[in-house]
Structure formats: C-alpha cells, structure tokens
Ligand binder design. Structure first.
Ligand code: AQP
Length: 332
C-alpha cells in the first residue's frame, strides 16, 4: 500500500484554502493508502509564536484535523515535536541541500519580506520539511500548489543523499488537486488565502455561517458583468468559480456556464462552502471540549510514528558514516 504523508502548521485560524487544498484530500487518502499526518509545531517556531498560544493552537489543529475527517484509528496522526527524529534528520538534510537552492524558495522570499525578524529556521524550513517527509518512506505528499516548489526540492535532496550515500530514502511525489489547489483571498484575489495575512478576505473553517456568507457577499470581483473563468484577467470571479467547483466536485468552466451575474454566484458559493463547513464545525465543538482525549490520541499516534521514523533515521545515519549510538549509561 502506498504511503501518504502531509503536515500543517498550528498557526491558528485554519482556513478554506487549507481545507480545499489539503485536508479534504488527506481524509480521502485514508481508505486506500497508509496515511501519516502531522501537526508541524517545529515549523511554527520559525516565527516565534507566543508559547501558550502555540500549545493551544497545536491541540486545536489536531482537533480540527479529526473534525475534517482524519481518523486517528486509520491514520497515524501526531505532533512533530513529539518525534525527536524530525529535528535530528533535519540537520542531515541541511547538510544535503544547497544554500542557493534554499535562497530560490519563493515562500521564503514572500515571508521574509513580510517579517521584521527573519530567523535562520525560516530559511532552512524546507530542510526540516524534507526530514518530515523522508522519515516515513513517503510515496505521495498531498499539498496545495504553494508547496509544489518545496516538495520538488525534497525530491532533489532525497536523490542527492541517495547518490552520495547509497539507497536510503524513498523519493516522494507531490499530489496537487485539480481544483482548490490555490484558493485566493476574497479581498485581494491575487494573493493566496493565508493564515498569517489576517485579511478580511480569509474564510476560517470555524467561522460562523453568517460571517462566511457576508465575506462571500463582499468578495472583490471586477467592474465587468461577465461570468468567465480567467484567473489572470478576472482573478476575483475565477476564485469564486474555483471554490464553488471544488466544493461541488465540478470544473470551474462548467460552473461558469451556469451563471450570468455575480450576485447569485457569490450566494451559491457561500452556501456550498457552508455545507462543507457545517459538519466540521459541529464535530469540532464536540472534540474541542475534551482536550485530554485529543492529547491521548496524539500520544498514541506519536508512538506509531516513532517506529518508522527511528528505523529511517538509523539507516540514514549509518549510510552517512555516523557511528552507532552507544547505549545510555545506567544512572548512578
Ligand atoms: N490558499 C491556499 N489554497 C490551497 N491550499 C493551501 N494551503 C495553504 N494555503 C492554501 C495548503 O494547506 C496545507 C497546510 O498549509 P500550512 O499551514 O502548513 O502552510 P502554509 O502554506 O504556510 O499555510 P498558510 O495558511 O499560508 O499559513 P501561513 O500564512 O502561516 O503561511 C499545505 O498543503 C498548503 O499547500
């Protein structure tokens, strides 16, 4: 059975882009694949979040993944920092990736431009991400389009390591959905919808239905009056068509053929999105009332993850020439 791995940052306010670009597909993979999913809290440290908020957001992210259909019995669901092998393999990945390769990552450039303090961790983020993926002998990585460049770099890192030290890692492929891969901000439809932008055009998964409807009603379109799918010339309208297509399992072009005015398109998109979000919001209300149970499920997931991660790390260390780790001396 092919193995799938993906992760999400616990940066708070998970949004419609995360759902359509990633989470929905993660849930679908559970039936015919071995699925490993991770709340990547070490990645969140790159922007120095408040510690209490990070703890809260990590548990909330896990509860939200479960609410969106990730079943901890069928998948391995855990928190990245609970499995120490991620940070350990990341160093070996940093020694395998080139400085110039990291410098070309567009997400680093975007985030660095928006930050007062740019940590070295933000720069080496793709090396830790490669460790996350490669530790699990991953075949497929379902992600949104913004992660395409990182997963391609992860493939290059795996191939370089295998070339240097012999066959060590499975070389993974990304899987990017045909619709919903790049959900744009409703107010600035040339920017991707994002947790960190704090824009009125971001639709949070847990937002109330009425607020979601209002955001779609106010979505920026254009001064024409023609419903047509053309992301370059008509980014706002095309974003709405893409969202409605993704939420209803059609193509944006087919959806465009059903509308002649922007108002009904906005209203139907809001309804389709609320139908997707309703069951998630309801399940989240139940799960989030029992954080101890969420923590228990995550601990069981970390136990499962550790077995595979430890074997892969050991293989990588041995192949690279690191000595076997001596057993711990008995404590006096
Ligand atoms: N706008 C989007 N459209 C489609 N997919 C998206 N993803 C993120 N934004 C969109 C996908 O969601 C998964 C988890 O993302 P993440 O939180 O790990 O990283 P991110 O890309 O950094 O997400 P954000 O929301 O943009 O967070 P910030 O603002 O903190 O950077 C990934 O598969 C991603 O492709």
């Amino acid at each position: 059975m092919a193995r799938v791995f993906s992760g999400i940052q616990p940066s708070g306010g998970m949004h419609l882009g995360n759902l359509l670009g990633a989470l929905r597909n993660w849930a679908a993979y559970q039936s015919e694949h071995e699925a490993v999913y991770c709340v990547v809290d070490l990645h969140a440290l790159t922007t120095a979040p408040d510690p209490a908020e990070l703890r809260e957001h990590t548990l909330a992210a896990a509860a939200l993944l479960m609410s969106a259909g990730i079943d901890p019995e069928r998948s391995t669901l855990f928190v990245q920092s609970s499995v120490g092998e991620h940070a350990e393999l990341a160093w070996m990945m940093e020694c395998t990736v080139g400085f110039g390769e990291l410098r070309r990552m567009t997400q680093f450039k975007d985030k660095a431009d928006r930050s007062d303090f740019v940590s070295a961790g933000l720069f080496t983020y793709p090396a830790l991400q490669a460790a996350d993926i490669l530790l699990y002998d991953t075949d497929l990585v379902p992600v949104g389009d913004d992660q395409r460049q990182h997963i391609e770099l992860c493939r290059d890192i795996a191939e370089r390591f295998n070339h240097r030290y012999g066959d060590t890692f499975t070389v993974p492929a990304h899987v990017i959905p045909e619709t919903g891969a790049r959900v744009m901000d409703l107010q600035n439809p040339t920017d991707k919808m994002s947790k960190s932008l704090e824009s009125a055009g971001t639709v949070a998964i847990l937002e109330e239905a009425a607020a979601v409807a209002r955001k779609f009603k106010r979505a920026v379109t254009d001064s024409e009056n023609e419903v047509r799918y053309d992301p370059v010339a008509k980014p706002g309208v095309s974003n709405l068509l893409g969202i409605l297509a993704s939420a209803s399992g059609r193509t944006p072009q087919a959806v465009a053929g059903e509308y002649t005015q922007y108002g009904p398109l906005k209203a139907d998109t809001a309804d389709a999105v609320n139908s997707l979000l309703d069951p998630i919001r309801n399940r989240y209300a139940e799960l989030s009332s029992d954080p101890a149970e969420v923590a228990r499920l995550l601990a069981a997931g970390a136990d499962k993850a550790r077995t595979t991660a430890a074997a892969t790390l050991k293989r990588a260390q041995t192949n690279a020439g690191l000595l076997p780790r001596p057993p711990l001396a008995p404590s006096s």
